[in-house]
Design a protein around this ligand. Structure first.
Ligand code: SPV
Ligand code: MG
Length: 549
């Protein structure tokens, strides 16, 4: 179960009694957090014990009535939210009568199945350290509180259990039996006998006396035991002796403390965390336990699978090496490009190349190299259209000669348009220094407001024309080789391409096709960015890129 688990409070309250009726007994283990709750949920325990000791300890605090009810209720809620099993809550002393009334109402509202309250006075001490005779409540006052509790509860399936602390306090078996009688007469649903002896002798001695008492009173509330110190006795033996509910009260917390300490020490000793990996859960496992996998799955269903197409084919060599294999900071350009796509969440990549043997080592799950011939009049166009040959799903096309920020890719994907080109508007501010021919872009809506444009990170404009020969004054931005195509966008591109190729025009470029599409009244929009990309044509470009990285 995870954060998506659901159990209505009413259904959940009664589930403990149902288990007791069906199995004749119930065995539970402690949880002190949502995650430990998930551990109990996975295993074959019947219920969850929400312990004052471990709830306090998980907050780094002693079990001495320091953690208040609101905080306890918050932990309880945290656990209930991610689990479905019944829960028994350690109610400490229950507070005064009004505190107890309110606690019962809150627990029933939350869907808790039972509360155990102990016959001590506030502020209490943990049973394994510090309880003395003077810390005990007057049994008559305690019985009165139990009676009020029984009158307060709304569901007869919600159990109120009285916890006998008198053996631990050293008051002896007789006093314990007297107290048990008073609490049974107060009408409680269960009696918990507690002992801190190393062996079960006290509990085993108590049980037949308890049965006799119940016979005499003609009422037998459930009998509960917490075998923490006397844990040589098995659950089966306790059940056979007459115990109905067994609580393993603090073991997950104790297990986690030693595991955390060991892991932290090992990291310190090793000077790194590699050594500890095999001793701890993987992040993947934690993701799965807390239901993160489901979120990812649903995200995937919501977002269509996007393909990345890198058009790297073409006879581009720098220093006699294929451009894509030239290195920047020790890593080939192609690796940088693949990494960027992956960072943007695009795992399915198609890369057109002339010689796929050169790229064998970059093949990976989802990364496919397509070998093509760039024999047409325009190598880039061949590279792009051959790549699109087997692609119908939404795609981000990247030229093979750029490095870019993954945020640009993410932004392009989130558009609702069918064809979106990424453009850079910053060229205008240094256009006098520009010496090379840029792929300029002009817009249809000429009401572009420069002051507004500066404030926003990206804007969408409809493209009216693209090309190197646009007048610098007319152009608004520069296209840098990243385009998003929806499925519709791809089929528009393919059909326009076919029409253009059969139109008789001898040489065409990718930009020609884009302009042809605009002439055919196909809407192409641009998303403006300010930088976030680099062009890699020359050895110097690679050096510059290295500096930037
Ligand atoms: C707890 O788990 O907080 C208990 C049981 O009250 S014990 O620590 O055994 O007293
Ligand atoms: Mg406790």
């Amino acid at each position: 179960m995870t954060f998506e688990s659901r159990k209505l409070p009413g259904e959940r309250i009664s589930s403990l009694v149902e288990i007791l009726q069906e199995k004749g007994h119930a065995i539970g283990i402690e949880a002190h957090s949502g995650l430990s709750g998930l551990v109990t949920e996975k295993l074959d325990f019947d219920f969850i014990w929400e312990s004052s000791l471990t709830d306090s300890a998980s907050k780094g605090l002693p079990d001495a009535s320091i953690v208040g009810n609101e905080s306890r209720l918050h932990t309880i809620d945290e656990i209930l939210n991610v689990t479905t099993k019944p829960m028994i809550v350690d109610g400490d002393t229950g507070g005064d009568e009004d505190n107890f009334r309110f606690l019962i109402k809150r627990l029933e509202n939350q869907g808790v199945s039972a509360v155990i309250v102990e016959d001590k006075i506030f502020p209490k001490r943990n049973s394994f350290g510090g309880t003395v005779g003077s810390g005990m409540e007057d049994p008559n006052i305690f019985a009165q509180k139990l009676k009020i509790g029984m009158e307060t509860k709304s569901s007869d399936k919600f159990l109120i259990i009285a916890r006998l602390e008198s053996l631990i306090a050293g008051l002896g078996m007789n006093e314990t039996m007297l107290r048990a009688e008073k609490y049974i007469l107060a009408g409680v649903d269960g009696i918990m006998i507690h002992s801190k002896l190393k062996d079960p002798s006290e509990v085993i001695e108590f049980i037949p006396k308890y049965e006799k008492l119940c016979e005499r009173l003609e009422r037998r509330p459930y009998l509960i035991a917490v075998p923490t110190t006397y844990n040589s006795i098995s659950d089966n033996e306790l059940i056979k002796s007459g115990v109905d509910i067994i609580i393993h009260a603090n073991h997950l917390l104790r297990a986690s403390y030693i595991a955390m300490t060991e892991a932290a020490n090992l990291i310190l000793k090793s000077g790194r965390s590699l050594e500890v990996d095999s001793k701890i859960s993987s992040v993947k496992e934690i993701f799965s336990v807390v239901g993160y996998d489901k979120i990812i799955e649903r995200d995937k269903e919501k977002t269509p699978e996007i393909t990345g197409l890198i058009a790297s084919a073409g006879d581009h060599k720098i220093n006699n090496i294929n451009r894509s294999l030239n290195k920047i900071s020790g890593k080939p350009l192609i690796s940088h490009q693949i990494e960027t796509f992956k960072k943007a969440g695009i795992e399915n990549l198609k890369i057109t190349v002339n010689n796929s043997d050169e790229f064998d080592k970059f093949e990976d799950k989802g990364v496919n190299f397509i070998q093509i011939d760039t024999t047409g009049s325009d190598q880039l166009l061949d590279s792009i259209m051959s790549g699109f040959h087997n692609i119908d799903e939404p795609t981000i096309l990247a030229y093979g000669d750029i490095m870019f920020n993954e945020k640009i890719v993410s932004r392009l994907i989130s558009n609702e348009h069918d064809i979106v080109i990424a453009v850079d508007s910053t060229y205008k501010y240094h256009k006098h220094e520009i010496d090379k021919k840029l792929e300029l872009v002009s817009y249809k809506n000429n009401d572009v407001d420069n002051s507004r444009r500066k404030l926003e990170m990206t804007d969408i404009y409809e493209v009216s024309k693209l090309g190197k020969d646009l007048d610098l004054q007319e152009a608004e931005s520069e296209f840098f080789g990243l385009v998003y195509f929806s499925s519709t966008g791809i089929s528009l591109l393919k059909s326009s391409y076919n029409r253009l190729m059969t139109s008789g025009k001898s040489s065409n470029s990718f930009i020609d096709i884009m302009n042809f599409m605009i002439d055919e009244k196909i809407k192409i929009v641009c998303n403006e960015f300010s930088g976030g990309w680099i062009e890699l044509h020359t050895e110097n470009d690679f050096k510059l890129a290295e500096k930037e990285i």
